[in-house]
Design a protein around this ligand. Sequence first.
Ligand code: GDP
Ligand code: MG
Length: 195
Amino acid sequence: MGDSEQRHRLVVYGAGAVGKTCIIQRFLKKTFTDHYKQTVEDLHCRDYNINGVSLKVDILDTAGTMSFPAMRRLSIATGHGFLIIFSIDSSGSFEEAKQIWEQIKELRSNYQDLPCVIVGNKCDLETKREVQYEDAQDWARSEGMESAYMETSAKLDRGISDIFQKLLEQAKIPEIRKLEPILKRRLSANSANLS
Ligand code: GDP
Ligand code: MG
């Protein structure tokens, strides 16, 4: 099997109710719901054919609690790229994000080369903010993730395509590199259509 037939697995981590499922739904289906349903683990598979280049992407939506340690270890071991989500109105969720990153560092010796974006979601809840932008950015930088802290609102559709685009930029996958300019145009066209 050639490299181009490989599936690229993106794993989405974060504490319960930070908005992991909403971010994925917003990205894939352009929808949002206020209704909360707990996730155990959901895999979304997408095959893209962009200008003749095939791109197979799996997005793994995780439970977001510490209650499935074996599942967590497996997804860390098999992931090609990671989104670590917290909610800006919950300092506890930021602490959990740090713990997840510690687990990734423990299990993946090449962690410095892994595409990883730290996401502060629910930025529409500015008045309830508990995690300062600078604090999250400083932490990401201190862990070697230069410019990899981004804020989103799945509710208002802010910054969602940017976090996926950032992951793709960081991925050292030849066919993704080739597609970068096209994807960039597509993603920005998509968000333009929504606003
Ligand atoms: P998960 O457990 O991390 O998958 O969290 P969900 O995606 O299920 O979302 C948990 C709750 O937060 C739901 O009630 C969502 O409607 C809400 N939520 C998700 N994203 C946002 C956001 O950007 N802003 C606000 N205000 N609420 C959000
Ligand atoms: Mg969920």
